[in-house]
Design a protein around this ligand. Structure first.
Ligand code: TYM
Length: 334
């Protein structure tokens, strides 16, 4: 059976991009694949995290996954730092990947910005840890938003190089699963920039935890232009905000973008934004209610993560054993 691995960072609020680009697709895939869904707390600390916040966010992200419909009995849901194989394999991959490959990673350049000399080594080596996450379980498919595409290409390069260096096929060449209309949800303040947790403006994103009045306000204040909405996708040229809002509507209502254009073409932004806000509230509020219920039951959330980690550990161990033997690490007990 094909195996899925995917992850999400517990760094601040989850937003609509995380939900539409990744989590909602995970829910849809869980019946057809064996899945591991991981709260990647080790990735989170590549930039500074207050310890109390990291702990709280790990629980909150887990609650969001469960509230969105991920079944923790069927799938393995766990936090990364609990399974030490992630760190072990990441080190091995640090020695497989080349500086040149990592130097090309656009996300490092974006995140480090002008502070490159001051960025953590972890932030630079981040994609090697991501490759380790996936390949520790020999996962074959990885559902993500479009922004992770380059990291998955690196994962494929690492798997290929390891297999060919050691002349043994241990790691599969993973397939990215990037599908649906929500693969790249853009900022509400600038339709050319990705919706992101790290944007300093909270108005730029819809957080999973925002209540109805905040969601309505954020869509009302979303950047738009002076024209009416286009009646086909051809009209999106030079109008990134119209494209983004109509895409979000299509993703939330599960309709084709052309249909949304036909339905709302020639309408004013203001009326459309109101409909979009109502739709978002209707879709998100049941998830938010369930999230709140789960957040009040930390014992349950913690038990999901610890049982998930035990199951993940059992899958990881034989792979790590084979990798270590292949490299020439003396490991087994005398
Ligand atoms: P993270 O935590 O930034 O995002 C989690 C998921 O949400 C998707 N996403 C988006 N999709 C559409 N539009 C957006 N604006 C948007 N913003 C985020 C991301 O593509 C991602 O799928 N490196 C990963 C976490 C990770 C991982 C892994 C993923 C660590 N190890 C192994 C897959 C496999 C990250 O930072 O995701």
């Amino acid at each position: 059976m094909s195996r899925i691995f995917s992850g999400v960072q517990p760094t601040g609020d989850l937003h609509l991009g995380n939900y539409l680009g990744a989590i909602r697709n995970w829910v849809r895939l869980q019946d057809d694949y064996e899945c591991l869904f991981c709260v990647v707390d080790m990735h989170a600390i590549t930039v500074w995290q207050e310890p109390d916040n990291l702990l709280a966010n790990t629980r909150e992200v887990t609650a969001a996954l469960l509230a969105s419909g991920i079944d923790p009995k069927k799938n393995i849901v766990f936090n990364q730092s609990r399974v030490s194989g992630h760190a072990q394999l990441a080190w091995i991959f640090n020695c497989v990947a080349r500086m040149g490959w990592l130097n090309r990673m656009t996300q490092f350049k974006e995140k480090a910005g002008k502070q490159k000399e001051n960025a953590s080594i972890g932030l630079f080596a981040y994609p090697c840890l991501m490759a380790a996450d996936i390949l520790l379980y020999q996962a074959t498919h990885v559902p993500v938003g479009e922004d992770q595409k380059q990291h998955l290409e690196l994962t494929r390069d690492i798997a290929h190089k390891f297999n060919s260096d050691f002349k043994k096929v241990i790691f599969p060449i993973v397939k990215p699963l990037i599908f649906g209309t929500g693969t790249r949800v853009m900022s509400l303040r600038d339709g050319t920039k990705k919706m992101s947790k790290s944007d300093p403006s909270d108005l730029s994103r819809i957080n999973m935890a925002d209540d109805a009045s905040i969601i309505t306000k954020k869509f009302r204040k979303a950047k738009s232009d002076t024209d009416v909405l286009p009646d086909s996708q051809d009209g999106f040229k030079g109008r990134p905000e119209a494209a983004n809002l109509m895409n979000i509507y299509a993703a939330l209502s599960d309709t084709d973008i052309e249909e949304v254009c036909q339905q709302y073409g020639a309408e004013q932004f203001s009326a459309f934004k109101k409909e979009l806000a109502d739709l978002a509230v209707a879709k998100l509020s049941p998830i938010q209610d369930e999230m709140r219920r789960l957040m009040a039951d930390t014992e349950y959330v913690d038990s999901v993560l610890s049982q998930g980690a035990d199951r993940a550990q059992a899958l990881a161990e034989p792979v790590l054993e084979e990798v270590c033997a292949t490299i020439g690490f003396l490991r087994s007990r005398a």
